[in-house]
Design a protein around this ligand. Sequence first.
Ligand code: TRP
Length: 416
Amino acid sequence: MDEEAKITPWEVTSTTTIDYLKLIHQFGCQPIDGALVRRFEKVTKMKAHPWLRRGIFFSHKDLDLVLNAYEKGEEIYLYTGRGPSSESLHLGHMVPFMFTKYLQHALDAIVVIQMTDDEKYYFKENLSLNEANRLTRENAKDIIACGFNPKKTWIFSNLETVGGSFYRNIVQIMRHTSGNMIHGIYGLDLNNSVGQFSWPCFQAAPAFSTSFANVFAQRHVQCLVPMAIDQYPYFRMAREIAQRLGFKKPATIQSRFLPSLEHAHDKASSSGQREVIFMSDSKEVVSKKIREKAFSGGGMTKQEHIEKGANLSVDVSYHYLLYFLDSDQELKHIAHEYKAGRMMTSEVKKRATEVIWEILKEHQEARSLVSDDVVQLFMNPDREFDHSRHPKNPVVDDLEEQHLGFHFDPYFRSSC
Ligand code: TRP
């Protein structure tokens, strides 16, 4: 990574390309290679998600051990989360959730989703606690619209949940976490608030199944955490603490950052400085944003483009296709033709707009069906959770969703 790149859970800035391989090394995780992807397909009996095949989820810790455990019939659970800071999620926010939904199906896994209204209150100026808690429920709708299985998914607000078995684990983590560890891992210091300083213990705790007596009783179940790579430091700490407490070390799987429109190597952010696509954008807005803002790797003039071709690595529309175009064949074709200067930027932008709008349209339809009652259902801690494994039969899954009065599966198409 270049000297100016800074990657912490609260800040990602980089003046040039983020060197993801260096990050793997720096964080002490492993790259996901072809052999691991094939092993994933063999064990789960599912085609690997395009984001596994295309290196978007590019890094992991102990994913191989998770697959071994799953193969032996052991239960796995998934944990991810969201800091509710904006009214609508943007495309980049959706990546871990869309992928977690896929993993839920692949691994028959319970999913717990931590909504960190407390974290955002500590870290975001001018956000009231009430507003953070309200955004939790708004954001939960976008998350639910990914198509999580309601019998296997618990979404919880930290503000509403800390206590009981969850707090017992937080307390044990706090006792084993020194101020020096927090300073060393996150760069926080004595100028930070006590809330900020203690926050990492609250994010680490859900990686231990005993935090959730309502879901797992006292059982120690192996956790796998899908996330964007900036969240990894929490789980490096959780793994260290697991050792001290005799808990199972959480496994992790990390993604790159979806680029913002203007810069292929930035992280999309909703804080207002960078242009991003929100899940609530209309077709016209998406089309205008991509046409006017998406950074092009094509030639400055038509002549130059025909002669030299496009630089795919900085072309944002191409990156979006890499994320969201299902067909490997079409993607390959576009890459080939665009790079050779035979396809123009306008065509690539047009295709990217179509593909993204298709996802947004399905998402908006799905989200409109998520009523406050459905949110309540997903956030209800006191219900039976389904720990069973079932044959991977899409018909059965469809029936379950219909049973709840809504039926959607926007991200599953050809990818599984
Ligand atoms: N800190 C994350 C954010 O600001 C939210 C979060 C909580 C999370 N727990 C997580 C993200 C576990 C990934 C995995 O959005």
